[in-house]
Design a protein around this ligand. Structure first.
Ligand code: ADP
Length: 474
């Protein structure tokens, strides 16, 4: 089957979070199943590393209309890990610092979504399915129906739209309708929501199938607590909504081969080697090391979604116990400040590393005993999967993908991979932390839970097959 995967980021070219990981790994897994899945993304000239850019080859160029504008579309091509990647070039829109957060993001990604459709005949790739992701590329199925359907190249193409995070919908004032989207009458209502233009709503309405990145999240977004206003639209479209949990690249995230670690290890020798990783990391970040204490880690964007308000409410209780905490993350100023203040109060027990660093992230996954992820909502979550693979036992709230991927440890049966709690409440979280803390000192049980976590298969092959079934179904 021929699939075009459309995303605003893809590892290893550009990645700011989970979406980039998925776009880097799922196409490869689909190709390993015998498909021809290609990826198209914006050509961020200031963001993609030079050694990768040097492999790009110019393919073709054209122009695309955005209402009264006519904009240049260049297409470059490269291959990586057996996957063909196309890059849409337009320096006005994409030669900037940072991927997102510009005043004209709506225009930039509307441009990209239409340029993708213009590019198909240029690169001579007419897919069976176009799979677009999150609000940035949600307009692809809308534009396809509104402007391209009647032409022979396009009239059989089916579309899938995946919601990675419903919080970000691409909401803009209705002036965008005429000024940028230029949609014909019949299509305008598709992108309108509560008087505004809403890109994600357009994607949900127009795509042949809608998916989200875990089964639990697919159910949760029917509820206003999780849906950020889209529950009514999603309930109407329930018949075409599926949940498919993400995987991780098991080759990249492997403690046996990860060259960022101080010491590599496997499920057979983790106990000694993780201790060495912890010692070395503590030396690097200047924390006093004591073998008997568990290290609790967090690796995360610092946003409300990730449950830091719960951590803030009970951190003093946690610090009274014999544990240490290291947090790696960047994001909201309020959380950065909060963690700096905590570090100042507990300099021997708490470190806040305000950076985005894949290197430190790997070292921290490997060094830590417990991985805390008490998210308010979590469409899928990759960090807990990586943590489990590195033998850091997750403590998570039972929401979204966390619920689907972290079965609670049961002392009676010796099954389960982590410690969980239900309600978004700091003391429920603290209770789960205590359970993990207690289990850490009960070495027999701890070895079981670490082994269960480390032996899991979080590879993409099962989920890639599920996507393939959805593609075939439509
Ligand atoms: P989200 O996509 O909501 O940010 P996920 O758990 O799905 O959360 O994916 C987060 C990914 O980004 C993981 O691979 C995690 O290791 C990585 N990550 C998050 N913060 C940092 C950081 N400060 N430095 C390095 N990697 C990070």
């Amino acid at each position: 089957m021929k699939i075009l995967f459309v995303a605003s980021e893809a590892a290893p070219f550009v990645r700011t979070g989970g979406l980039g990981d998925v776009a880097g790994a799922l196409p490869k897994a689909l190709n390993e199943l015998g498909n021809d899945c290609r990826v198209i993304l914006p050509y961020y000239k200031d963001e993609i590393k030079d050694d990768l850019q040097h492999t790009f080859r110019f393919k073709a160029s054209t122009f695309v209309d955005l209402s009264w504008r006519r904009q240049y579309v260049g297409v470059y091509e490269t291959k990586f890990n057996g996957v063909t990647y196309y890059f849409v070039d337009n320096e006005y829109y994409f030669k900037r610092k940072g991927l997102y957060g510009h005043f004209d993001d709506g225009e930039r990604f509307a441009f990209f979504s239409k340029a993708v459709l213009e590019a198909l005949p240029l690169v001579d790739f007419i897919p069976d399915v176009i799979h677009s992701n999150d609000w940035h590329t949600a307009l692809v199925p809308v534009f396809l129906d509104a402007f391209y359907r009647s032409s022979a190249d396009y009239n059989r193409i089916k579309t899938v739209f995946t919601i990675h995070n419903i919080e970000f919908q691409g909401k803009y004032g209705k002036e965008l309708l005429n000024d940028i989207l230029g949609l014909p009458d019949g299509a305008r209502e598709l992108v309108m929501m509560d008087g505004d233009v809403n890109f994600m709503k357009g994607g949900i309405e127009s795509a042949s199938a809608v998916t989200t990145v875990s089964e639990t999240y697919a159910n949760e977004i029917m509820d206003p607590f999780y849906s950020y206003g889209l529950e009514s639209i999603l309930s109407l479209r329930r018949f075409k909504l599926y949940g498919v949990v993400n995987g991780i690249d098991m080759g990249e995230y492997d403690p046996k081969t990860d060259d960022r670690l101080f010491e590599n290890y496997t499920v057979k020798n983790w106990e000694k080697k993780k201790t060495l990783n912890k010692k070395a990391l503590f030396e690097m970040i200047n924390l006093p090391y004591d073998e008997s204490r568990p290290l609790v880690a967090m690796v995360s964007r610092l946003t409300e979604q990730k449950g830091f308000d719960l951590v803030s409410a009970v951190i003093d209780d946690m610090m009274r116990a014999d544990m240490q905490v290291v947090i790696l993350g960047t994001g909201d100023w309020k959380y950065e400040n909060m963690f700096r203040a905590i570090e100042a109060r507990y300099p021997l027990k708490f470190r806040a590393i305000m950076a985005f660093s894949a290197d430190i992230a790997s070292k921290l996954y490997a060094a830590s005993d417990i991985f805390l992820m008490p998210s308010k909502f979590e469409p899928c979550g990759l960090s807990q999967l990586i943590a489990m693979r590195y033998g850091s036992v997750p403590v998570v709230r039972e929401t979204g993908g966390l619920k689907d991927t972290v079965p609670a440890y049961n002392h009676e049966t010796g099954e389960g991979k982590g410690f969980t709690f239900k309600t978004y409440n700091a003391y429920d979280m603290l209770d789960a932390v205590w359970r993990a803390y207690g289990a850490f000192y009960d070495k027999e049980n701890w070895r079981k839970v670490v082994k269960n976590a480390m032996s899991s298969d979080f590879g993409w092959s099962v989920s890639a097959k599920k996507y393939l079934e959805i593609y075939k179904g439509i």
